[in-house]
Design a protein around this ligand. Structure first.
Ligand code: AMP
Ligand code: MG
Length: 479
């Protein structure tokens, strides 16, 4: 593997060098050959089991744990850092795109506090499935390169199989990384980090009069875009703390995340999110809150006069909602298959959700049913409703709206998945692996959700919500 470790080389003082714990009896469960090919990784002579479990440090790797802080559920922790993750290093794709390779669950680091630095098989498989589904759905995301088991049992609420996830991301620089140095008032380090980030992700910003303000603008824009993508597929991240918000605009740190079955604006699945801070419909609001924390951290770089800096940063943050709304509108037009723009589209989309409300209507299937509806068959959509006539008024408006659209059904099918990693499917796959050591369900589910737009005859069960939805279903971050 040809590493080129700029974080290690250029950012001394931003991390702690660390080694992975040697696993007792490592086994490779899954390796993502497709991703390896996309990244141009030459794996022919590599011992993947050893590398992906942390047993062997590949030549050229400089394993390190990154320092960062973060607001967790609104409360600031000045020091979090990689407590159960280890950066192996960076690699360039043949076309020159840089990405991180990171192990998650490879043992304690200086940032582990009371944690063991390990990961359970369940959370590893969940992250693998969800990250790869997100990628297939066109959402910017960190990706899963491999999953291994370590041969160890780890203690959680119950004993679990120890595992390591190998993931890739365009970087792991977080809002919390900036907060770490801002909180310590280490302005030189803050500038160094901002320069590094600009150089790595937003080199165009150097052409601006104020590159740091421009950086904030790019990040704000990319977060708004990212959340619009989450909202478009009914995804709830569950733990949008500032330490889980990337500067690159990719989704990272899949913990207690979930796709909703039936539409519920207040959907929360995370067992630790008691107040519903990161509920589905709160996500745009919290994303704005998160970029405002980045803005705060960047103040000393934006202008030497703090009042001027605050004014400039505030303008950008105040614009978040507008940017988000326009991305959301674009996302909905895409999902509805609209090529044309009509002034009352927002109203049509809002009333679609309004109609779904309180009717236990499946999110994914209702969008997909728009294809048949646009072909003149309202039954698939109507059948999703407890009270099937509840949607009739909306259907009339939709029919009028699509008179000016050509080829709409095809577009709807291209843009709206049939298959998402539904909670009960993910849970079943994890349980089969954890309890019976059986990975067939994981493999099958992975295959289905990574090709989510095309109907697979015989696999209807994967497209459907469970017969009984557990209204108290909770996901756990697995820490
Ligand atoms: P997360 O919930 O993954 O965003 O993690 C929040 C913080 O807790 C990060 O600093 C993690 O590194 C740390 N953490 C989570 N799980 C563990 C663990 N098992 N051992 C050590 N640190 C952990
Ligand atoms: Mg995290």
């Amino acid at each position: 593997m040809k590493f080129d470790n700029t974080y290690f080389r250029d950012l001394e003082g931003f991390y702690a060098s660390c080694d992975a714990v040697i696993p007792v009896n490592p086994k490779l469960i899954k390796f993502n050959n497709t991703l390896a090919n996309e990244l141009g990784l030459d794996i022919t002579n590599l011992n993947l089991t050893a590398i992906c479990s942390g047993a062997v440090k590949p030549n050229g790797a400089e394993t390190l744990a990154q320092a960062y802080a973060g607001h967790q559920f609104g409360n600031f922790s000045p020091q979090l850092g990689d407590g159960r993750a280890l950066l192996l290093g960076e690699i360039l794709t043949p076309s020159g795109v840089r990405f991180d390779i990171q192990l998650k669950g490879s043992g304690p680091t200086v940032f582990s506090r009371n944690g063991d630095g390990k990961a359970g098989l369940g959370p590893v498989l969940r992250e693998y499935l969800v990250a790869e589904a997100m990628h297939a759905l066109g959402v910017p995301t960190a990706r899963a390169l491999a999953a291994t088991t370590t041969g160890e049992r780890i203690q959680r609420a119950t004993a679990q199989t120890g595992a390591v996830l190998t993931r890739t991301a365009s970087s792991h620089i977080r809002v919390g990384t900036f907060q770490f140095f801002a909180a310590r008032q280490e302005v030189d380090k803050l500038r160094q980090l901002a320069d590094y980030t600009i150089n790595r992700h937003y080199p165009e910003a150097t052409r601006s009069d104020n590159p740091y303000l421009k950086l904030l603008e790019y990040v704000t824009n990319n977060q708004a875009y990212l959340i619009s993508k989450w909202m478009g597929i009914g995804f709830i991240h569950g733990v949008m703390n500032t330490d889980n918000v990337t500067l690159s605009g990719e989704t990272i740190d899949y913990g207690p995340c979930a796709f909703m079955d039936y539409y519920d604006a207040n959907a929360v699945f995370s067992s630790i999110d008691k107040q519903g801070r990161y509920a589905y419909s709160n996500q745009p609001i919290l994303a704005r809150w998160n970029v405002a924390r980045l803005a705060e951290a960047l103040i000393p770089l934006i202008h030497k006069d703090a009042d001027i800096a605050i004014e400039k940063a505030t303008q950008i943050i105040n614009n978040f909602s507008n940017i988000y709304e326009s991305y959301w509108l674009k996302e909905m037009r895409r999902k509805f298959g609209f090529k044309t723009k009509k002034s009352n589209d927002t109203e049509l989309f809002d009333s679609f959700f309004e109609t779904m409300k309180n009717n236990m209507v499946d999110f994914t299937l209702s969008f997909r049913a728009l294809a048949e509806l646009s072909e003149g068959n309202p039954m698939p959509l109507r059948n999703l409703y407890v009270n099937s006539s509840a949607t009739d008024g909306w259907i009339k408006t939709f029919k009028i709206r699509i008179l000016s659209e050509v080829g709409i059904a095809k577009r709807i099918r291209q843009e709206n998945p049939i298959y998402t990693p539904r909670n009960h499917l993910v849970e079943a796959a994890i349980n089969a692996a954890e309890i019976d050591g059986d990975y067939a369900q994981f493999e099958q589910l992975l295959e289905i959700i990574t090709n989510p737009f095309i109907d697979k005859p015989g696999k209807e069960i994967y497209a459907k919500p469970p017969l009984m939805i557990d209204p108290n279903y909770k996901t756990f971050c697995g820490t």
